[in-house]
Design a protein around this ligand. Structure first.
Ligand code: ADP
Ligand code: MG
Length: 644
């Protein structure tokens, strides 16, 4: 199952496992400590023949040690206080203090210095990736519909004043914090609270920017300017992306808990066993400094710095590479899952097709004119963000439309509202048929929007959509990779069948209600050990996006609710980005395993050498730093090595 875990409190910032505040950029100040320490170390090494006095030498290296060592010592102290006795910090603290005890001051300083530099490099890479993610989030134009007098004006939320009234349609994100001025609404608050159940609110309740409207068209009295409203959401999203741990990363954390006590024990044995041996074999002279040195070297080498640094970095490289392609990946674990996908389920409208409908013909029922039908449907569709709605409204003069009240959108069905006291239904055939209204069916490959007023059928409008240009190429590529492709749509089966045959998709289903999509996806996921991705855009896709192993949403055309529910967002709406995302996932996984194997391999070799007395502390330090640097380079290079 997928990991949608948040931190325990849901605030997204209580991550004890991460030692860094990954959202604040690395400033020049961060370089001062390692620089001071480096200079002191170099001067100490060069000038050690001039100063013979042992106390001065010791004091000098302590001075060099503190700038880089103190933060690690502090971290160790905190981990002890939290009851974690075996962290990499403690390992390094013991090893370096030990190096001082046996008089190997420069080595002690060097371990800490190189570790700090490695961490700095990592932070820089993380910063870059975070900046990419943030830029992607900013790309999506935010807008708010403000009611001024009788007019609706669409503005950027920053242009809306406090106490103004904004209108929000179903499926849309509320752009500004405010007070609900409509009788009732159901909201998706998952982005802010992590709570997945919809929240029901009544008039006068506080609503926050980032919440998504699920059912009615509502009005909100703005209580806070944009700058104060939107920021929290963006920050929490970036933070979530940076903190969601991928399995390989979790594996290392768990591993460290077993690994650290074992190496500590082994180091103790390296020091103690020869001593015991010398008791029984008097000819063996035990030089305690020698064995202490070997034990400490063993400890320093076993520091899993390279691993600890390179694994999260690998995922960041992947997330950064994806961001450059306009693919927003909400966490490292989804990169992992992307690489394992074997089944992709597509939605039709807005996903495989452009969602740019054009009206083919208007078919009014007897006694109704085309104008009446179009006018009624457009008046209601004005309150929907569905691509069909936009197409219909564009064919009419918005100022001439009738006033409409009590608008409710049933995702994947259509809308119900009242015009001049009469109930109007606009949407797919099933919406009307559920109320016992008979509708005309015509067997063509067009999409139909039916309409009824006060239980009387008024006719339908037939629309046609166009296929995305890159659809067949992208699907062809996925098929070549051996992925099984499916199409699930809420549109009429005849329309869906035609499109499926054009694209060569063998498994397809049409006329699905939103709940049917959920059922079919669940069946697919249960039927075998498949890893299923769902690609969608609409309001009715949100549950399936959340349910699938990897939910992929179209970021340009997609409704906010779909984008929120998804794990991966394709900002450009291009289908070609799906194989691209999978390629990035696979590459990331490959690089991370390369790093794990490299780090372990070299570690084991040096450990054996040091126990046999062939590796000095310097060799150990350089091995660890070398591996860490290689791993970092390997991880950072993901962005340059992906060819799409
Ligand atoms: P798909 O599953 O192919 O992406 P949608 O989920 O967008 O299709 O919609 C399924 C069907 O529901 C549409 O074909 C349309 O008939 C109907 N529908 C959904 N929303 C609306 C709306 N706002 N106005 C009219 N019809 C709608
Ligand atoms: Mg759709």
């Amino acid at each position: 199952m997928k990991e949608k875990e948040n931190s325990a409190c849901g605030c997204g910032c209580c991550c004890h496992e991460s030692t860094h505040e990954h959202t604040s950029p690395v400033g020049w100040r961060a370089y001062i400590a390692p620089l001071v320490s480096f200079l002191l170390l170099i001067v100490g090494l060069v000038g050690q023949h001039w100063v013979e006095h042992p106390q001065i030498r010791l004091a000098w290296y302590i001075l060099a040690y503190l700038p880089v060592g103190l933060p690690v010592l502090k971290e160790s102290w905190e981990s002890i206080r939290e009851g974690e006795y075996f962290s990499e910090f403690i390992l390094m603290s013991i090893a370096t203090i030990g190096a001082f005890i046996i008089g190997e001051y420069p080595e002690g300083v060097a371990v800490m210095l190189f570790y700090t530099i490695g961490e700095l490099l990592q932070d820089k890479a993380v910063d870059r990736a975070t900046r990419h993610i943030r830029e992607l989030l900013d790309v999506r134009p935010e807008q708010a519909t403000v009611i001024r007098g009788e007019q609706r004006i669409v503005l950027h939320p920053s242009e809306v004043q406090k106490d103004e009234i904004i209108e929000v349609k179903p499926g849309e994100r509320i752009a500004l914090d405010g007070i609900l001025a409509s009788p009732h609404v159901s909201l998706d608050t998952a982005a802010l609270t992590g709570e997945s159940l919809p929240k029901e609110l009544t008039e006068g309740a506080e609503v926050l920017a980032g919440m998504i409207v699920l059912d009615n068209v509502i009005r909100v009295r703005v209580s806070r300017p944009y700058a104060d409203s939107a920021l929290s959401r963006i920050l929490s999203m970036v933070q979530e992306a940076t903190e969601r741990k991928a399995p390989a990363e979790l594996f290392i954390r768990h591993f460290a808990r077993v690994y650290t006590p074992i190496v500590t024990l082994l180091a103790t044995l390296i020091i103690a066993l020869p001593f015991l041996y010398s008791w029984f074999v008097p000819s063996f002279t035990y030089i305690w400094q020698d064995w202490l040195y070997r034990g400490l070297v063993f400890l320093v080498i076993s520091c899993p710095c390279a691993l600890v640094i390179s694994i999260p970095l690998g995922y960041f490289g992947g997330i950064g590479a994806a961001s450059r392609q306009g693919i927003l990946c909400k966490g490292g674990n989804y990169l992992d899952l992307l690489s394992k996908i074997d089944t992709i389920v597509f939605d039709k409208t807005g996903t495989l097709t452009k969602g740019q409908f054009s009206v083919r013909h208007i078919c009014p029922a007897a006694g109704i004119t085309s104008d009446q039908l179009l006018h009624t449907i457009a008046s209601v569709e004005r309150f929907s963000v569905h691509p069909i709605a936009k197409a219909i409204v564009n064919t009419t003069d918005v100022d001439q439309l009738s006033p409409v009240d009590n608008i409710t959108e049933k995702g994947g069905f259509g809308l119900i509202a009242t015009i001049a006291g009469k109930q109007v239904m606009v949407g797919k055939a099933q919406l009307l048929e559920m109320e016992g209204i008979a509708v005309d069916h015509e067997d063509t490959a067009t999409t139909h929007v039916h309409c009824a007023m006060d239980g009387r059928y008024m006719g339908y409008i037939a629309l046609e959509d166009t296929l995305k240009e890159d659809a067949s190429d992208a699907l062809q590529r996925l098929r070549q990779w051996g992925l099984s492709l499916h199409l699930l749509s809420g549109d009429r089966t005849s329309t869906v069948a035609q499109l499926a045959s054009r694209l060569g998709i063998r498994h397809f289903l049409g006329d699905l209600l939103p709940a049917d999509k959920v059922n079919h996806l669940t069946q697919l996921q249960q039927s075998s050990s498949r890893c299923v991705a769902f690609v969608g855009d609409g309001m009715n896709d949100a549950p399936v996006l959340a349910l699938s192993h990897v939910g992929i949403a179209m970021g340009g055309l997609g409704t906010d609710v779909a984008i929120e529910a998804a794990d991966v967002v394709i900002q450009t709406d291009q289908l070609a980005k799906i194989p691209a995302a999978i390629a990035i996932g696979r590459k990331t996984r490959q690089i991370i395993w390369q790093n794990i194997i490299l780090a372990f391999g070299i570690k084991i070799v040096i450990l054996l050498l040091s126990t046999a007395g062939y590796a000095s502390l310097w060799a150990a330090v350089f091995a660890d730093v070398g591996v860490a640097l290689l791993a970092i380079l390997n991880a950072v290079s993901i962005q340059y090595r992906i060819k799409i």
